[in-house]
Design a protein around this ligand. Structure first.
Ligand SMILES: Nc1ncnc2c1ncn2[C@@H]1O[C@H](COP(=O)(O)OP(=O)(O)OP(=O)(O)O)[C@@H](O)[C@H]1O
Ligand SMILES: [Mg+2]
Length: 263
C-alpha cells in the first residue's frame, strides 16, 4: 500500500485550488506565483498589507481578471479564465471590496437580483400582485425573505438600498450572494466600514454558515475577526504567499510578524 502524501491529500479534498497564479498591470506585478487550497466547510483567510494582491487574487478566481499564468480548479473542474457568470453558475459567488448594491432598488429587489437564472425585468412583477407571478417566482421571493430573516433585516425589505448605511449595504451584498446558494463564497473585506455591532452580527452569521457546511475565502484586515473566523489563513505580501497556517502559527512566524502582524 502506498501512503498518500499530505500535499496530495490536500489537493484531493480541496474545493478550490489556486496554483501558480500570476497577473500584472502594466509594470506592476500584482500577483506572482500564488498557490493555495480552500478546503470544504472552512473560512480560509487571505490577509496582507495594502497592495499585497489580495483583491486581485479574488478577481483571478472569480473570472473578473484573466491570469497571465497559473490555474484555478473549483469542485474538481478547471475554471481558469472562465467568465464571471460561468463561474457564478457553478456556485462560486463573490462580493466586492466596495459595497456593490443597486441603490435605486429596494433591499428585497436587490436580493432577487442575486437569484440564479433570474431575469432582472421580472423583479417588479414578482413583487407585484401574486396573480402575475410565474412558477418559481414565489419560491424566490420566499427565499429572499428567509435570507433577510436570518440576517435580521426583514424590516428593511422595502427600503431603497441607496438609503441604507454603509454597513447595511454590505449586508445587502452578502444576502444577495446567499440567494445563489453558493458552494464557495469569496468575500473581499465584508466587514470594512461596518460598525462593531454589525460586524459582530456578520461574524456570527458567517460562523453559522460555515458550521452548516458552507465554504468561504475571506479577505479581511481586522485581525481579531480573522483570528476568530479563519483557519487556515494565507498571508500575502508583494503579490506572493508569504505563509499559511492558523493565527497561532502565523504569530510565531517572524517573517509574517515583520511583514504584517507587527503593525
Ligand atoms: N486594475 C488595476 N490596474 C492597475 N494596477 C492595479 C489594478 N488592480 C490592482 N492594481 C495594483 O496591483 C497591486 C495589488 O492590488 P490589490 O488591489 O490586489 O491589493 P490588495 O491586497 O487587495 O490591497 P488592499 O488591502 O488595499 O485592498 C497594487 O499595487 C495595485 O495598485
Ligand atoms: Mg483589496
Amino acid at each position: 500500500m502506498t501512503l498518500e502524501s499530505p500535499a496530495r491529500r490536500r489537493a484531493t479534498t480541496a474545493l478550490l485550488e489556486a496554483s501558480s497564479l500570476a497577473c500584472s498591470f502594466g509594470g506592476v506585478r500584482a500577483v506572482v506565483d500564488v498557490s493555495f487550497f480552500v478546503q470544504p466547510a472552512t473560512i480560509t483567510g487571505l490577509i496582507g498589507p495594502n497592495g499585497a494582491g489580495k483583491s486581485t487574487v479574488i478577481d483571478l478566481i472569480s473570472g473578473r481578471t484573466r491570469p497571465s499564468a497559473g490555474r484555478v480548479r473549483f469542485a474538481g473542474e478547471d475554471i481558469t479564465a472562465s467568465k464571471p457568470y460561468e463561474v457564478a453558475r457553478r456556485g462560486l459567488i463573490r462580493t466586492f471590496q466596495k459595497a456593490n448594491v443597486f441603490n435605486r432598488l429596494t433591499v428585497v429587489e436587490n436580493l432577487l437580483m442575486g437569484s440564479p437564472e433570474w431575469e432582472g425585468e421580472r423583479v417588479s412583477r414578482a413583487l407585484g400582485p401574486r396573480a402575475w407571478w410565474r412558477r418559481g417566482e414565489d419560491e424566490r421571493v420566499s427565499r429572499a425573505y428567509e435570507v433577510m430573516r436570518r440576517f435580521e433585516l426583514e424590516h428593511l425589505a422595502n427600503h431603497y438600498a441607496g438609503s441604507l448605511s454603509g454597513g447595511q449595504k454590505r449586508l445587502v451584498e452578502l444576502m444577495r450572494a446567499m440567494m445563489a446558494g453558493p458552494k464557495l463564497l469569496l468575500l473581499d473585506e465584508p466587514m470594512a466600514g461596518v460598525n462593531p455591532t454589525l460586524a459582530l452580527s456578520i461574524c456570527e452569521r458567517l460562523e453559522e454558515l460555515r458550521d452548516e457546511g458552507m465554504t468561504m475565502l475571506m479577505v479581511e484586515h481586522e485581525l481579531r475577526l480573522v483570528e476568530r473566523l479563519c483557519d487556515p489563513i494565507v498571508v500575502m505580501a508583494h503579490g506572493s504567499v508569504l505563509a499559511e497556517g492558523s493565527m497561532a502559527e502565523l504569530q510565531a512566524n517572524e517573517q509574517v510578524v515583520d511583514a504584517y502582524l507587527g503593525d
